[in-house]
Ligand binder design. Structure first.
Ligand code: KG4
Ligand code: ZN
Length: 339
Protein backbone atom coordinates (compact mmCIF):
# COMPACT_ATOMS: atom_id res chain seq x y z
CA UNK A 1 0.00 0.00 0.00
CA UNK A 2 1.35 3.42 -1.02
CA UNK A 3 0.65 6.22 1.47
CA UNK A 4 1.30 9.87 0.63
CA UNK A 5 2.36 11.80 3.74
CA UNK A 6 2.01 15.59 3.97
CA UNK A 7 3.46 17.86 6.68
CA UNK A 8 3.02 21.65 6.94
CA UNK A 9 2.72 22.31 10.69
CA UNK A 10 5.47 24.91 10.96
CA UNK A 11 8.06 26.13 8.46
CA UNK A 12 8.76 23.04 6.37
CA UNK A 13 6.59 22.05 3.42
CA UNK A 14 7.09 18.29 3.17
CA UNK A 15 5.69 15.31 1.29
CA UNK A 16 6.76 11.66 1.21
CA UNK A 17 5.66 8.38 -0.36
CA UNK A 18 5.84 5.32 1.87
CA UNK A 19 5.28 1.76 0.68
CA UNK A 20 3.84 -0.85 3.07
CA UNK A 21 4.60 1.14 6.19
CA UNK A 22 8.38 0.98 6.02
CA UNK A 23 9.84 1.36 2.53
CA UNK A 24 10.42 5.07 2.04
CA UNK A 25 10.15 5.75 -1.70
CA UNK A 26 10.65 9.54 -1.50
CA UNK A 27 11.04 12.25 1.11
CA UNK A 28 10.89 15.90 0.00
CA UNK A 29 11.40 18.77 2.47
CA UNK A 30 11.25 22.43 1.39
CA UNK A 31 12.57 24.47 4.31
CA UNK A 32 11.55 28.10 4.79
CA UNK A 33 14.40 28.82 7.17
CA UNK A 34 16.01 31.48 4.96
CA UNK A 35 12.71 33.33 4.74
CA UNK A 36 12.25 33.56 8.54
CA UNK A 37 15.93 34.09 9.43
CA UNK A 38 15.78 37.88 9.28
CA UNK A 39 12.95 37.92 11.85
CA UNK A 40 14.75 35.57 14.24
CA UNK A 41 11.80 33.15 14.31
CA UNK A 42 8.90 31.76 12.30
CA UNK A 43 6.36 34.40 11.18
CA UNK A 44 3.03 32.48 10.91
CA UNK A 45 1.51 34.59 8.12
CA UNK A 46 4.63 34.31 5.94
CA UNK A 47 4.84 30.57 6.66
CA UNK A 48 1.30 29.82 5.49
CA UNK A 49 1.73 31.88 2.31
CA UNK A 50 4.93 30.02 1.45
CA UNK A 51 3.24 26.65 2.10
CA UNK A 52 0.55 27.69 -0.44
CA UNK A 53 3.24 28.33 -3.02
CA UNK A 54 5.19 25.13 -2.32
CA UNK A 55 2.60 22.47 -1.51
CA UNK A 56 1.82 21.33 -5.08
CA UNK A 57 5.45 21.38 -6.36
CA UNK A 58 6.56 19.46 -3.24
CA UNK A 59 3.84 16.80 -3.64
CA UNK A 60 4.69 16.46 -7.37
CA UNK A 61 8.38 16.06 -6.53
CA UNK A 62 7.56 13.37 -3.96
CA UNK A 63 5.47 11.42 -6.50
CA UNK A 64 8.14 11.76 -9.19
CA UNK A 65 10.90 10.78 -6.76
CA UNK A 66 8.96 7.63 -5.86
CA UNK A 67 8.29 6.89 -9.56
CA UNK A 68 4.54 6.75 -8.92
CA UNK A 69 1.55 8.79 -10.05
CA UNK A 70 -1.42 9.95 -7.99
CA UNK A 71 -3.42 6.94 -9.18
CA UNK A 72 -0.97 4.62 -7.36
CA UNK A 73 -1.62 6.32 -3.99
CA UNK A 74 -4.04 4.34 -1.81
CA UNK A 75 -4.18 6.52 1.31
CA UNK A 76 -3.22 10.01 2.51
CA UNK A 77 -1.80 10.97 5.91
CA UNK A 78 -1.56 14.62 6.85
CA UNK A 79 -0.50 16.51 9.96
CA UNK A 80 -3.64 17.80 11.68
CA UNK A 81 -1.91 19.41 14.69
CA UNK A 82 -0.36 20.63 16.90
CA UNK A 83 1.12 23.55 14.99
CA UNK A 84 0.36 26.87 13.31
CA UNK A 85 -3.25 26.68 12.18
CA UNK A 86 -2.73 28.71 8.98
CA UNK A 87 0.15 26.41 7.98
CA UNK A 88 -1.66 23.20 8.95
CA UNK A 89 -4.69 24.18 6.87
CA UNK A 90 -2.61 24.32 3.68
CA UNK A 91 -1.49 20.68 4.00
CA UNK A 92 -4.88 19.54 5.28
CA UNK A 93 -6.74 21.17 2.37
CA UNK A 94 -4.36 19.64 -0.19
CA UNK A 95 -4.79 16.21 1.43
CA UNK A 96 -8.58 16.48 1.43
CA UNK A 97 -8.66 17.61 -2.21
CA UNK A 98 -6.53 14.65 -3.33
CA UNK A 99 -8.50 12.17 -1.20
CA UNK A 100 -11.80 13.51 -2.56
CA UNK A 101 -10.64 13.45 -6.18
CA UNK A 102 -9.17 9.95 -5.94
CA UNK A 103 -11.89 8.60 -3.63
CA UNK A 104 -9.26 7.22 -1.25
CA UNK A 105 -9.14 7.35 2.58
CA UNK A 106 -7.28 10.07 4.42
CA UNK A 107 -6.32 10.43 8.05
CA UNK A 108 -5.20 13.35 10.22
CA UNK A 109 -2.03 12.61 12.18
CA UNK A 110 -0.69 14.08 15.42
CA UNK A 111 2.69 15.71 14.68
CA UNK A 112 4.18 14.49 17.97
CA UNK A 113 3.14 10.90 17.29
CA UNK A 114 4.83 11.41 13.91
CA UNK A 115 8.09 12.34 15.63
CA UNK A 116 8.03 9.13 17.69
CA UNK A 117 7.08 7.09 14.60
CA UNK A 118 10.15 8.40 12.74
CA UNK A 119 12.13 5.64 14.47
CA UNK A 120 10.12 3.02 12.54
CA UNK A 121 11.76 4.25 9.32
CA UNK A 122 15.01 2.68 10.56
CA UNK A 123 15.59 -1.06 10.17
CA UNK A 124 16.74 -1.15 13.80
CA UNK A 125 13.59 -0.06 15.63
CA UNK A 126 12.14 -1.00 19.02
CA UNK A 127 9.11 -3.06 20.00
CA UNK A 128 6.47 -1.65 22.37
CA UNK A 129 6.30 -0.74 25.20
CA UNK A 130 8.86 2.05 25.08
CA UNK A 131 9.65 5.37 26.69
CA UNK A 132 9.81 8.28 24.23
CA UNK A 133 11.40 11.69 24.69
CA UNK A 134 9.91 14.12 22.15
CA UNK A 135 12.15 17.15 22.17
CA UNK A 136 11.49 19.86 19.60
CA UNK A 137 10.96 23.59 19.12
CA UNK A 138 7.52 23.48 20.70
CA UNK A 139 7.56 20.39 22.94
CA UNK A 140 9.62 18.59 25.55
CA UNK A 141 7.65 15.58 26.73
CA UNK A 142 8.40 12.10 28.06
CA UNK A 143 5.81 9.43 27.21
CA UNK A 144 5.17 5.82 27.97
CA UNK A 145 4.02 4.41 24.62
CA UNK A 146 2.38 0.96 24.54
CA UNK A 147 1.22 1.07 20.91
CA UNK A 148 0.33 3.61 18.23
CA UNK A 149 -2.36 5.89 19.74
CA UNK A 150 -1.56 4.67 23.27
CA UNK A 151 0.42 7.31 25.17
CA UNK A 152 0.75 8.26 28.83
CA UNK A 153 2.56 11.48 29.74
CA UNK A 154 5.35 10.86 32.27
CA UNK A 155 6.93 14.31 32.17
CA UNK A 156 6.58 17.60 30.33
CA UNK A 157 7.93 21.10 30.30
CA UNK A 158 6.31 23.62 32.60
CA UNK A 159 7.45 26.56 30.45
CA UNK A 160 9.80 26.66 27.42
CA UNK A 161 10.61 23.68 25.21
CA UNK A 162 14.26 22.61 24.92
CA UNK A 163 14.40 23.70 21.26
CA UNK A 164 13.05 27.08 22.30
CA UNK A 165 15.79 27.31 24.95
CA UNK A 166 18.38 26.76 22.19
CA UNK A 167 16.74 29.26 19.83
CA UNK A 168 16.28 31.98 22.48
CA UNK A 169 19.89 31.60 23.68
CA UNK A 170 21.16 32.04 20.11
CA UNK A 171 19.10 35.21 19.88
CA UNK A 172 20.53 36.54 23.17
CA UNK A 173 24.05 35.70 21.98
CA UNK A 174 23.29 37.22 18.60
CA UNK A 175 24.69 34.25 16.71
CA UNK A 176 21.83 33.65 14.28
CA UNK A 177 18.83 31.43 13.56
CA UNK A 178 17.90 28.61 13.97
CA UNK A 179 19.74 28.45 17.26
CA UNK A 180 19.97 24.71 17.87
CA UNK A 181 22.21 23.92 14.92
CA UNK A 182 24.45 26.96 15.52
CA UNK A 183 24.93 26.22 19.24
CA UNK A 184 25.56 22.54 18.44
CA UNK A 185 28.35 23.57 16.03
CA UNK A 186 29.89 26.23 18.30
CA UNK A 187 29.78 23.98 21.38
CA UNK A 188 32.04 21.41 19.72
CA UNK A 189 34.99 23.80 20.20
CA UNK A 190 33.98 24.91 23.71
CA UNK A 191 34.67 24.01 27.33
CA UNK A 192 31.36 22.78 28.76
CA UNK A 193 32.60 23.10 32.35
CA UNK A 194 33.44 26.81 32.13
CA UNK A 195 30.07 28.12 33.36
CA UNK A 196 27.76 26.31 35.78
CA UNK A 197 24.28 27.04 34.38
CA UNK A 198 21.31 25.82 36.50
CA UNK A 199 19.62 22.41 36.05
CA UNK A 200 16.01 22.87 37.20
CA UNK A 201 13.51 20.48 38.84
CA UNK A 202 15.96 17.69 39.46
CA UNK A 203 13.51 15.73 41.62
CA UNK A 204 10.74 15.60 39.03
CA UNK A 205 10.21 14.14 35.56
CA UNK A 206 8.94 17.58 34.46
CA UNK A 207 11.21 20.15 32.84
CA UNK A 208 11.70 23.90 33.18
CA UNK A 209 14.03 25.85 30.92
CA UNK A 210 12.99 29.46 31.50
CA UNK A 211 15.35 29.91 34.49
CA UNK A 212 18.25 28.67 32.38
CA UNK A 213 17.50 31.25 29.71
CA UNK A 214 17.30 33.99 32.38
CA UNK A 215 20.62 32.92 33.87
CA UNK A 216 22.24 33.29 30.44
CA UNK A 217 20.72 36.76 30.14
CA UNK A 218 22.07 37.69 33.59
CA UNK A 219 25.50 36.29 32.66
CA UNK A 220 25.60 38.44 29.50
CA UNK A 221 24.28 41.59 31.25
CA UNK A 222 26.74 41.37 34.15
CA UNK A 223 29.68 41.73 31.82
CA UNK A 224 31.13 45.07 30.95
CA UNK A 225 32.18 44.11 27.44
CA UNK A 226 30.61 41.81 24.81
CA UNK A 227 31.58 38.13 24.80
CA UNK A 228 34.88 37.55 23.03
CA UNK A 229 35.17 35.18 20.08
CA UNK A 230 37.17 32.84 22.34
CA UNK A 231 34.57 32.78 25.07
CA UNK A 232 31.49 32.21 22.90
CA UNK A 233 32.09 28.47 22.28
CA UNK A 234 32.53 27.94 26.06
CA UNK A 235 29.23 29.70 26.80
CA UNK A 236 27.48 27.68 24.06
CA UNK A 237 28.95 24.39 25.33
CA UNK A 238 28.12 25.11 28.99
CA UNK A 239 24.56 26.18 28.15
CA UNK A 240 24.00 23.17 25.86
CA UNK A 241 25.29 20.80 28.54
CA UNK A 242 22.78 22.18 31.05
CA UNK A 243 19.91 21.36 28.65
CA UNK A 244 21.27 17.92 27.77
CA UNK A 245 21.96 16.92 31.39
CA UNK A 246 18.29 17.22 32.33
CA UNK A 247 17.00 15.62 29.13
CA UNK A 248 19.20 12.54 29.60
CA UNK A 249 18.76 12.28 33.36
CA UNK A 250 14.95 12.52 33.39
CA UNK A 251 14.39 10.24 30.40
CA UNK A 252 16.53 7.46 31.88
CA UNK A 253 14.85 7.97 35.25
CA UNK A 254 11.38 7.63 33.64
CA UNK A 255 12.43 4.40 31.91
CA UNK A 256 13.86 3.06 35.16
CA UNK A 257 10.72 3.89 37.18
CA UNK A 258 8.53 2.08 34.64
CA UNK A 259 10.99 -0.80 34.14
CA UNK A 260 11.25 -0.14 30.40
CA UNK A 261 14.55 -0.81 28.66
CA UNK A 262 13.71 0.69 25.23
CA UNK A 263 13.96 4.46 24.80
CA UNK A 264 13.22 6.55 21.69
CA UNK A 265 14.64 10.08 21.46
CA UNK A 266 13.10 12.15 18.66
CA UNK A 267 12.16 15.65 17.46
CA UNK A 268 14.40 18.43 16.13
CA UNK A 269 16.66 18.65 19.21
CA UNK A 270 17.43 14.91 18.87
CA UNK A 271 19.58 15.96 15.88
CA UNK A 272 22.01 17.53 18.40
CA UNK A 273 25.38 15.76 18.25
CA UNK A 274 26.21 16.06 21.95
CA UNK A 275 22.72 14.84 22.97
CA UNK A 276 23.18 11.76 20.78
CA UNK A 277 26.62 11.14 22.26
CA UNK A 278 25.40 11.52 25.85
CA UNK A 279 22.40 9.22 25.39
CA UNK A 280 24.66 6.60 23.80
CA UNK A 281 27.19 6.82 26.68
CA UNK A 282 24.73 6.84 29.57
CA UNK A 283 22.47 4.13 28.17
CA UNK A 284 25.45 1.83 27.67
CA UNK A 285 26.50 2.38 31.28
CA UNK A 286 22.99 1.85 32.67
CA UNK A 287 21.82 -0.95 30.37
CA UNK A 288 19.14 0.83 28.34
CA UNK A 289 18.71 0.52 24.60
CA UNK A 290 18.36 3.99 23.10
CA UNK A 291 17.05 4.49 19.55
CA UNK A 292 17.54 7.87 17.83
CA UNK A 293 16.50 8.44 14.20
CA UNK A 294 19.10 9.84 11.77
CA UNK A 295 19.14 13.69 11.96
CA UNK A 296 17.10 14.12 8.74
CA UNK A 297 14.18 12.27 10.38
CA UNK A 298 14.55 14.17 13.70
CA UNK A 299 13.56 17.53 12.24
CA UNK A 300 10.15 17.98 10.59
CA UNK A 301 9.41 15.68 7.65
CA UNK A 302 6.44 13.95 6.03
CA UNK A 303 7.88 10.42 6.09
CA UNK A 304 7.11 10.19 9.83
CA UNK A 305 3.53 11.33 9.18
CA UNK A 306 3.14 8.63 6.52
CA UNK A 307 4.35 5.97 9.01
CA UNK A 308 1.59 6.85 11.50
CA UNK A 309 -0.92 7.16 8.65
CA UNK A 310 -0.09 3.69 7.38
CA UNK A 311 -0.62 2.18 10.85
CA UNK A 312 -3.97 3.96 11.27
CA UNK A 313 -5.26 3.28 7.77
CA UNK A 314 -4.36 -0.42 7.90
CA UNK A 315 -6.32 -0.61 11.18
CA UNK A 316 -9.33 0.85 9.37
CA UNK A 317 -9.05 4.27 11.00
CA UNK A 318 -9.72 7.27 8.77
CA UNK A 319 -11.19 10.76 8.96
CA UNK A 320 -14.04 12.51 7.20
CA UNK A 321 -13.49 15.37 4.79
CA UNK A 322 -14.77 17.92 7.31
CA UNK A 323 -11.78 17.35 9.62
CA UNK A 324 -10.33 20.60 10.97
CA UNK A 325 -6.79 21.59 11.99
CA UNK A 326 -5.97 21.93 15.71
CA UNK A 327 -3.26 24.18 17.16
CA UNK A 328 -3.04 22.21 20.43
CA UNK A 329 -3.40 18.43 20.59
CA UNK A 330 -1.88 16.61 23.59
CA UNK A 331 -0.83 13.06 22.70
CA UNK A 332 -2.51 11.49 25.70
CA UNK A 333 -5.88 12.80 24.55
CA UNK A 334 -5.72 11.58 20.96
CA UNK A 335 -8.90 12.70 19.27
CA UNK A 336 -10.85 9.78 17.86
CA UNK A 337 -10.73 9.01 14.17
CA UNK A 338 -13.87 8.02 12.27
CA UNK A 339 -13.49 4.37 11.39
O1 KG4 B 1 10.93 19.05 15.34
P1 KG4 B 1 11.33 20.35 14.78
O2 KG4 B 1 11.96 20.37 13.41
O3 KG4 B 1 10.10 21.32 14.73
C1 KG4 B 1 9.15 21.35 15.75
O4 KG4 B 1 8.23 20.48 15.73
O5 KG4 B 1 9.31 22.23 16.64
O6 KG4 B 1 12.30 21.03 15.86
C2 KG4 B 1 12.85 22.31 15.65
C3 KG4 B 1 13.75 22.62 16.84
C4 KG4 B 1 14.30 24.04 16.81
O7 KG4 B 1 14.13 24.62 18.09
C5 KG4 B 1 15.77 23.83 16.50
O8 KG4 B 1 16.62 24.83 17.04
C6 KG4 B 1 16.04 22.49 17.12
O9 KG4 B 1 14.87 21.73 16.84
N1 KG4 B 1 17.22 21.82 16.55
C7 KG4 B 1 18.34 21.56 17.25
C8 KG4 B 1 19.26 21.00 16.34
N2 KG4 B 1 18.66 20.92 15.12
C9 KG4 B 1 17.40 21.43 15.26
N3 KG4 B 1 18.62 21.77 18.55
C10 KG4 B 1 19.85 21.40 18.98
N4 KG4 B 1 20.79 20.87 18.17
C11 KG4 B 1 20.54 20.64 16.86
N5 KG4 B 1 21.48 20.11 16.08
ZN1 ZN C 1 8.33 18.82 14.81
Amino acid sequence: MYVLGIETSCDETAAAVLEDGKLLRSNVIASQVDLHKIYGGVVPEIASRKHMEMIIPVICEALNGASVTLSDIEGIAVTRGPGLVGSLLVGLSAAKAIAFALKIPFVGVNHLEGHVASIFLSPDHPEFPLVALVVSGGHTNIYLMKDFQDFTVLGQTRDDAAGEAFDKAAKLLNIGYPGGVIIDRLAKKGNRKRIEFPRAMRDSLDFSFSGLKTSLLVYIKKRECPLSEDELPDVAASYQEAIIDVLVEKTLKAAEIHSISRIVVCGGVAANSRLRERFAEESRLKGFHVYIPPPIFCTDNAAMIAVVGWHLLTRGLKDSLNLNAVSRWPLDSLLKHNS
